[in-house]
Design a protein around this ligand. Sequence first.
Ligand code: KG4
Ligand code: ZN
Length: 340
Amino acid sequence: MFLAFETSCDETSAAVVHEGRVLSNVVSSQIAMHAEYGGVVPELAAREHLRNLMPLARAALREAHISPSGLTGIAATQGPGLPSALMVGLKAAQAMAFELRLPFFGIHHHEAHLYSPWLQGKPPVADFSQFQPNISLIVSGGHTMLLHVVSESKHHLLGSTVDDAAGECFDKAGKLMGLPYPAGPHIDQLAAQGNPRAFDFPRPMLTEPHDDFSFSGLKTSVRYFLRDHPALLGDVQGIRDLSASVQAAIVEVLVGKTIRAARRLGVRCVTASGGVTCNSRLRQDLAAACQREGFQLRLAERSLCTDNAAMIGILAERKALHGASPTPLDVDILPNWELV
Ligand code: KG4
Ligand code: ZN
């Protein structure tokens, strides 16, 4: 029975997991607070984590119907992420592990994302190995990466973004369109009634023979497009068409590069997680492409795509199960921890 914390960015989360099952997963999002500033303000994020962490830990324990004495381990995100934000969760978890004399596991945030497609649905995480090797797409406001997951303890980073993450591109393009932060969900909604072929935007790096991504040029194309078509901002159907066109460009790159990596490496399964995996068109297009290619697809449930402590706890529990040594209690945060 693990109690886990996630505080790497703007979601404070605590969860209790047991034998691959999520007994509770409480998340407090700070989106509304940061929306005022158009992006995440690290110091404000850290203060919110400080304020929310203990109430959330109590709520997670209550919801799981257990007391601290029933726990067998504690876990927290050690990195990568915002330094001041990471510090809150890591130090609280270490203090708790010290006080309760429990093993502590410092977890890599991206490695944990690989587990979010397995937190719910069938088969459960215990049968994870049936779906390996696979290609995993992790796509959010802070990261866009493709991994070749060979086995549970062996994965290779194939590529990542060389500039903006895909979620950042949704958010920045949306800001230019006058949409609130984070704009991704608004673009998704508007695009449902728009024409994805109305305007032609670049598909950066789609055909280049590597697995890296680049989205800052696409955002700049939206800026120039709006400079040349200012009247579009006052036209409801125009904004829907623009949303659909920008979304189509981002999704085509994500799906195209994921499928190409899967084909090249001869895997039979594809997974996806991270906030952008909530996007309706990405879910649809990945499903259609995987069906065409004969790949199994495992998408994180919408509510578990974004950052959460359940994925941290599940990975810590798997590590303990496979005999990994606990993390020493005096380790520090690793804000730039690279996944290799
Ligand atoms: O995983 P997440 O909550 O946080 C990190 O960035 O780590 O992801 C948030 C990102 C934001 O950029 C947001 O706009 C995007 O995910 N997002 C979406 C959708 N829902 C969230 N992007 C496109 N369509 C959506 N439905
Ligand atoms: Zn994340």
